[in-house]
Design a protein around this ligand. Sequence first.
Ligand code: COA
Length: 146
Amino acid sequence: MSDSMAQGAEAATDGDINFRSRRWVRPEDLNANGTLFGGSLLRWIDEEAAIYAILQLGNARAVTKYMSEIDFVSSARQGDLIELGIRATAFGRTSLTMRAEVRNMITRDRILTIDRIVFVSLDAEGRPLAHGYTEITYNRDRIPLG
Ligand SMILES: CC(C)(COP(=O)(O)OP(=O)(O)OC[C@H]1O[C@@H](n2cnc3c(N)ncnc32)[C@H](O)[C@@H]1OP(=O)(O)O)[C@@H](O)C(=O)NCCC(=O)NCCS
């Protein structure tokens, strides 16, 4: 896929959130009520936040430190298409704080929000490492190479 196509696929925005990732709700993602299992959704969000943090902090050793209150405002059913959006809200010395939102792609109903997800950049010994960044990059200039 060309870079311009990739950017086009990421272009859907709502306020300050870019909806970057899409999921199809499959039978293995359902709870006993027949709706989307919260654990599956949290796994997808943590993975999406990890990728976002790695690309912002330029370090593959970025780990989840903290998640604020999680508000499941509505659900999704088997076959629904949902989209996940993550955006950095604060750069610390070693940390990155992000906001997450998930919504139904078709109805645009909000499924979940998490106001604060904090990832910390680590060194090879697992200690917090200063990342030196203060602003969001929209390019691929911080992809860790080593
Ligand atoms: C990440 C870890 C190394 C941080 O250790 P620590 O002793 O808290 O380190 P520090 O006190 O130096 O804090 C590091 C950063 O995290 C932030 N932080 C620490 N506790 C926090 C909390 N409860 N909420 C939000 N941010 C927090 C600090 O503000 C600091 O950010 P800054 O440098 O940008 O100001 C350690 O907690 C750890 O290894 N946790 C397990 C991480 C993990 O394995 N996650 C995967 C899920 S199991």
